[in-house]
Design a protein around this ligand. Structure first.
Ligand code: SAM
Length: 279
């Protein structure tokens, strides 16, 4: 029995259900329930909350979320081998855990959460993590249906998410995340915390949607940052040529220095360019 609930230790669960980790599914499991509880706490107050978990696997983080007081956990798992282990957790917490078998990139979560603002929490499969985050950051409706994102990434990706201008890590992902959310790294997690251990250090990132991001259309912002960071070492008078508009006219109207490079532009300046592109 574990310290946080009366369920068996995760090692035993994994052995009993034959859950050998599959690399193709990005499976690096967390077996330390103190660590999964720390991730659950980093997501904010859980008492009464609705939580969406992506990739519960054998259920270590799921158990921490439920033991931490989440009223409901809706978990999306692609690997059918994990479902019997998750059913045991569901039986232990009647009516509180719903498991959806499927690909998180395709499942529409909104009908499942029933209107309550949800917290998204996940030890993400690395192969789809950035794609999932980008999808959550580019929703048409803003503020979005979730109230926070607490996600594990490779440390290098986490640094790109929270990056400020004038740093090597600053790029398209940092502009998008910083525009629509307040993002910070909560803590790092070393490779030895996972089974099997990945080659790199990981970080838990916590993102809270901004109520009023600087006005601009997400599609236009993505076009501008793709052009600018696509040639990040070039001056913007050169890199913005691909936008199909006179780059000097855009740059002058925005009040920018034509010799500046993408990595020195602030998020507000990218938003100005995006608005001009739409004008
Ligand atoms: N949450 C568990 C933990 O912390 O031990 C497992 C984390 S493991 C890094 C990633 C999990 O995501 C695996 O269980 C894997 O099967 C699942 N997964 C991979 N790709 C997925 C996808 N596209 N949609 C949903 N789940 C996926």
């Amino acid at each position: 029995m574990s310290a946080i609930d009366h369920l068996p230790p995760l090692r035993e669960v994994i052995a009993r259900h034959g859950l050998m980790a599959k690399k193709s599914l990005g499976q690096n499991f967390l077996l330390d329930l103190n660590l999964t509880s720390r991730i659950a706490r980093a997501s904010g107050p859980l008492e009464g909350a609705t939580v969406v978990e992506i990739g519960p696997g054998p259920g270590g983080l799921t158990r921490a979320l439920l033991a931490g007081g989440a009223a409901r956990v809706i978990a999306v798992e692609r690997d059918p081998r994990c479902l019997p282990a998750l059913e045991e957790i569901a039986a232990h917490y009647p009516g509180r855990l719903t498991v959806i078998e499927g690909d998180a990139l395709e499942v529409d979560l909104v009908p499942h959460i029933g209107g309550a603002p949800a917290r998204i929490v996940a030890n993400l499969p690395y192969n789809v993590g950035t794609q999932l985050l980008t999808g959550w950051l580019t929703l048409d409706r803003w503020p979005p249906w979730y109230r926070s994102l607490t996600l594990m990434f490779q440390k290098e990706v986490a640094q790109r998410i929270v990056a400020a201008p004038d740093t090597d890590a600053y790029g398209r992902l940092g502009v998008l995340a910083g525009w629509r959310t307040e993002a910070r790294i909560a803590f790092d997690v070393g490779p030895s915390a996972f089974v099997p251990p990945p080659k790199v250090t990981s970080s838990v990132v916590h993102l809270v949607p901004r109520a009023d991001p600087i006005p601009c259309r997400v599609g236009a912002l993505e076009r501008v940052t793709a052009a600018a960071f696509g040639q990040r070492r070039k001056m913007i008078r050169q890199s913005l040529k691909g936008l199909g508009r006179d780059p000097m006219a855009l740059i002058e109207t925005a009040g920018l220095d034509p010799t500046a490079r993408a990595e020195t532009l602030t998020i507000a300046e990218f938003c100005t360019l995006a608005r001009l592109l739409d004008a």
